[in-house]
Write a protein that binds this ligand. Structure first.
Ligand code: C2E
Ligand code: CA
Ligand code: CA
Length: 638
């Protein structure tokens, strides 16, 4: 039905496809992983197969005229069978490699799984002697023998095993890879099936060529795994690869490198910092581990996956990397100092899931760490952090938050107002202070609800009329910058106050100086609108940030709260005193009210009286206390 022209055409098409495929793979340098190597073997087999089929077809044409063609027909068929027999097992190994399953197999299992391959390959290679696969008759006709069916059977076994692995590793393959593998796998298989039942319809080589080219596009092409800014594997790739390690119980040591001052790069070079960090740090890291074992889950974080190395070796590597950060990095004629903290862990080992790994990668580093390499017990702060996260999450439901009040006074000792300060009494952790839980609440997105809760409590307190009764002007409520920046913030805040029927002048929002600098324009707009609505504003922690002073003051806030550290430093030395005095003088010159916090002693009060500040707040008068205690306190003072 089909002549040799048909076979020739099909083989030529397959050859072209495979050559393009191979050249593309080599141009893209996708050659270093085991998976890539097997892939190249597969494509090479298909190329050899196509060439041998072309050769066979050509020889058939010339049988009558050429002696060489008669030999050629034997040789080309021999080469075809010797190589084609390896195709299915190779695809099986390929899928094992992509899914990471090979690390789960014991040696014995691997040997057993390779048995079919070894036997059929042996038959193919010895066929000229044994003739168990095929024979060629006197007219150069081709006849299948039982050996060929054995090859089909072996192929079927590998085919089924490949499917089993594909499905058992379903989770560790990305969606795109799963579908592509199944589709192209079925396509390749369909050609084999057709040719099994219709030996003249030599279509198998073409469906295989197309099938594997599809695999190239979907699996070998790793665009979805690569972070283009950095040129290394991205977060998604790290997630899937760690899943694979957990699934296959393959221990991998991880060195997490967190650079804390990446912004210095753009400050020094005027260019995007990502590309440069990738060049200098990434470049160095590739001298330590293979490029495909480096991930960049965040722009300032590298993760190195280290396989098959002892804990000591990994520690040594980390030490070496950490020391490299002790000296500045050369970039052109610049020397860029970068600071990094390293974390060591392993999976599945000290941590057991990708989620835990990402927790380590994303949680802020504690401010007070003195080590450059964290491992073992150094990482216990993460456990505490996780506990605080859970506590914050259940806090609103379990009613564990309570608003405390700390009074503020005029310098002459008359009550002026109060600052609302939040406390958390957790059922498991006990009392947790806001310096610990507020940043956590911000990170997990619960700060809005918490700050709304505080504002609502304050409004309810104001509504009782008690604060007014004792001559208070206002109650201060702390705002998180994240909250202020959100669309609809002004409406929400006004809504809470209005629904409580409280005079807006009584609410004085505190925002911190460093925040005002960061997103100054949006913030300034929000403040303007809220002030127009009647709210008051204070600048908190003044003197701790590094903001543009004129920008900060153009925000037109009512009160500037000088941070306690300025007061405390003024008592320590001359320089501190100069800073405090001049800060106060400058704020007075632009006619803003001044509140100094952290007042703990009578001598501090004397100093601040002398410097003519307006209001005082601090432990000298009272710590933040629960509302009922606060009411008692102010009623006694009255
Ligand atoms: P902050 O706004 O600077 O609050 C002042 C902090 O100084 C309070 O700590 C207060 O207890 C403490 N303090 C006041 N006077 C003295 C003193 O004389 N000596 C000493 N040593 N400390 C004094 P607290 O209550 O632990 O709050 C810490 C931070 O947590 C606050 O700093 C504020 O930024 C944040 N925070 C507290 N409550 C809330 C809240 O409801 N919402 C938001 N967004 N942040 C809050
Ligand atoms: Ca405050
Ligand atoms: Ca403060």
């Amino acid at each position: 039905m089909f002549d040799s022209h048909f076979a020739f055409g099909v083989a030529l098409a397959a050859l072209l496809i495979c050559v393009v495929n191979l050249v593309y793979t080599l141009i893209e340098h996708r050659t270093d992983k085991v998976q890539n190597k097997i892939y190249i073997i597969i494509i090479s087999i298909l190329i050899i197969n196509s060439v041998s089929l072309l050769w066979t077809a050509d020889c058939k044409e010339k049988l009558d005229t050429s002696e060489l063609a008669r030999v050629g027909i034997y040789v080309s068929r021999y080469i075809y069978f010797a190589t084609h027999t390896a195709l299915c097992p190779m695809f099986f190994y390929y899928v094992c490699s992509v899914s990471g399953v090979q690390f789960r197999l014991s040696n014995l299992k691997s040997i057993l799984l390779s048995m079919f391959f070894v036997i059929t390959e042996f038959l193919a290679l010895t066929n000229p002697v044994t003739r168990v696969i095929y024979t060629v008759d006197d007219d150069y006709g081709f006849h299948r023998n039982w050996g060929e069916y054995l090859i089909y059977l072996a192929a079927a076994v590998y085919y089924v095993m490949t499917f089993v692995i594909l499905f058992s590793s379903w989770d560790v393959l990305s969606g795109k890879r799963r579908l592509a593998m199944v589709f192209f796998f079925l396509l390749a298989g369909s050609g084999v099936l057709v040719q099994l039942f219709m030996p003249d319809f030599k279509i198998e080589i073409l469906t295989e060529a197309i099938g594997f080219t599809g695999v190239l596009v979907a699996v070998e092409n790793e665009d979805d795994r690569i972070d283009f800014g950095m040129g290394f594997y991205n977060r998604a790739a790290l997630n899937l690869d760690m899943k694979s390690c957990v699934h296959n119980i393959r221990l991998v040591s991880l060195i997490i490198i967190r650079i804390s001052n990446t912004e210095i790069v753009s400050k020094m070079t005027g260019k995007e910092n990502m590309g440069i960090i990738s060049d200098i740090v990434g470049g160095y890291l590739t001298s330590i581990v293979k490029r495909y074992n480096i991930y960049v889950p965040n722009p300032d974080t590298f993760v190195l996956a280290v396989y098959d190395k002892s804990v000591r070796d990994v520690e040594k590597m980390a030490q070496e990397i950490s020391e490299k950060f002790d000296t500045p990095w050369e970039y052109g004629d610049m020397n860029i100092p970068l600071y990094a903290t390293l974390m060591l862990t392993d999976i599945p080992g000290r941590i057991s899931s990708g989620a835990e790994l990402f927790y380590m990668i994303d949680s802020p580093l504690p401010k007070d760490i003195d080590k450059k390499i964290l491992s073992g017990a150094d990482l216990d702060y993460l456990i505490r952090r996780q506990a605080v996260e859970s506590a914050v999450s259940r806090g609103l439901d379990e009613n564990s938050f309570e608003v405390y009040y700390q009074p503020t006074y005029h310098v002459d000792g008359k009550l002026h107002g109060a600052e609302a300060l939040l406390r958390m009494h957790d059922s498991k952790l006990g009392n947790v202070f806001p310096d610990e839980f507020i940043p956590v609440a911000e990170q997990i997105g619960l700060i809005d609800d918490i700050d709304d809760y505080v504002l609502d409590c304050v409004c309810k307190f104001v509504k009782t009329g008690v604060p007014q009764k004792y001559g208070m002007d206002s109650i201060n409520v702390n705002l998180s910058v994240m909250q202020c920046m959100k669309p609809g913030f002004v409406e929400r805040v006004s809504g809470i106050v209005e629904s409580n029927g409280v005079d807006k002048h009584f609410i004085n929002f505190e925002i911190t100086e460093s925040i005002a600098a960061s997103d100054y324009r949006i913030l300034s707009n929000v403040i303007k609108r809220l002030k127009a609505d009647g709210f008051m504003f204070s600048m908190d922690d003044y003197g701790t940030g590094y903001s543009n002073v004129s920008a900060v003051f153009s925000l037109n806030l009512d009160v500037v709260k000088i941070d306690k550290s300025l007061l405390w430093n003024a008592e320590k030395d001359e320089l501190g005193m100069v800073i405090l005095e001049n800060t106060i003088r400058m704020i007075q010159q632009i006619k803003k009210k001044i509140l100094v916090e952290g007042v703990e002693t009578i001598s501090q009060i004397e100093l601040l009286k002398y410097l003519k500040v307006d209001y005082l707040q601090g432990f000298y008068y009272s710590k933040p206390i629960p509302k009922d205690d606060f009411v008692k306190l102010i009623s006694q003072g009255a």
